[in-house]
Design a protein around this ligand. Structure first.
Ligand SMILES: Nc1ncnc2c1ncn2[C@@H]1O[C@H](COP(=O)(O)OP(=O)(O)OP(=O)(O)O)[C@@H](O)[C@H]1O
Ligand SMILES: [Mg+2]
Length: 306
């Protein structure tokens, strides 16, 4: 049975009365257990505070004008704090979870950076030496064979281009060198070119932001634009970056077919869930406004610093 706030208040009152009569260890652990049940049933700290206030009112009423003796007042405080401690522990757990998620993201970003550099520098260098070796071989060959080698060099060239663009997507060096807004412009240009849609980027240059904020917002826009290309059938999209003294927000809009966010099932896709979790880990949030045939707006917001 769901333990509603009223039923909870009833049990809190009974628990507090028993505790004040006999403030032993067993009663204290009952306060803890009560808090744990409240937490499991979805009650919040404010519900507990309301139950405490109501119970205290009753106890005070029973003591009339004399007021509550100090020992009882202290007992009531102990009971309240004991009952709240499961909430404190769960809050701490959530914070640690967010920190672990943040560290995991940082590790993934570092790994992406390492692979991007290996692709760009090492594989790029190797390909360049293959080019030189082929040119050398070609110069000693009769013209028909030279033409066939030319074809091989053309293929090598397209592999080089592919590798370069892959390494830039894995780790946007523009982001490291110039910051978020130029990186978003660069990203928008390459998505627009590839997908044949118009993407406008607006926003103010506001100096560098903490790197976890920059990379998080960059990855979010990357996923949002992926979704626009894959699902929206839009002709136009826009990215708007706003940097305030306390918070940074980024809105990604498209004029596509839209969807019903409230009908999304858990496990449908990873993109939006991933965005949400990355934002939460930084103390930020995501809003989705979309309706079928009305286009979509994603609004991500994060504190500038923790
Ligand atoms: N801009 C958009 N326009 C229309 N529909 C969208 C848009 N963005 C998301 N959706 C809808 O929301 C769903 C969930 O998006 P999400 O990014 O979470 O998953 P996905 O893109 O399907 O898969 P994944 O991102 O894991 O590859 C999509 O399948 C799509 O139906
Ligand atoms: Mg997606």
């Amino acid at each position: 049975m769901a333990m509603h706030a009223e039923q909870f208040a009833e049990r809190y009152r009974a628990g507090l009365r028993t505790f004040l009569d006999d403030p032993g260890e067993a009663q204290r652990s009952q306060a803890y257990e009560l808090g744990r049940q409240g937490l499991a049933e979805g009650l919040g700290v404010l519900d507990i505070a309301a139950a405490h206030a109501a119970a205290l009112q009753r106890v005070l009423g029973a003591h009339g004008r004399r007021g509550l003796p100090e020992a009882l007042m202290r007992g009531a405080n102990d009971f309240f704090i004991e009952c709240l401690s499961p909430f404190e522990m769960s809050h701490r757990g959530a914070r640690e979870g967010a920190r672990a998620w943040q560290r995991l993201n940082e590790a993934l970003e570092n790994e992406a950076k390492r692979i991007a550099h290996a692709l760009h520098d090492e594989a790029g260098q190797l390909l360049a030496s293959v080019h030189i070796a082929l040119a050398d071989v070609a110069s000693g060959l009769p013209p028909p064979s030279r033409a066939r080698l030319q074809e091989v060099r053309r293929l090598l060239h397209s592999i080089e281009t592919e590798l370069r663009s892959l390494s830039h997507e894995l780790r946007p060096t523009v982001l490291d060198r110039l910051g978020l807004l130029p990186a978003l412009q660069f990203l928008a240009e390459s998505v627009a070119r590839r997908a044949g849609i118009r993407i406008r980027v607006t926003g103010e240059e506001a100096g560098r932001l903490p790197s976890e904020v920059e990379i998080t917002l960059y990855r979010i826009v990357q996923e949002a634009l992926n979704n626009v290309v894959r699902h929206a059938r839009a002709k136009r999209a826009s990215i708007e970056l706003r940097v305030g003294p306390e918070r940074v927000s980024c809105a990604i809009r498209d004029n596509g077919i839209g969807f019903a966010p409230e009908q999304m099932q858990k496990g449908d896709g990873l993109g939006l869930t991933g965005i949400n979790e990355r934002l939460h880990a930084l103390g930020g949030s995501l809003q989705i406004a979309s309706k079928p045939r009305r286009g979509t707006v994603l609004r991500a917001e994060v504190p500038r610093r923790r």
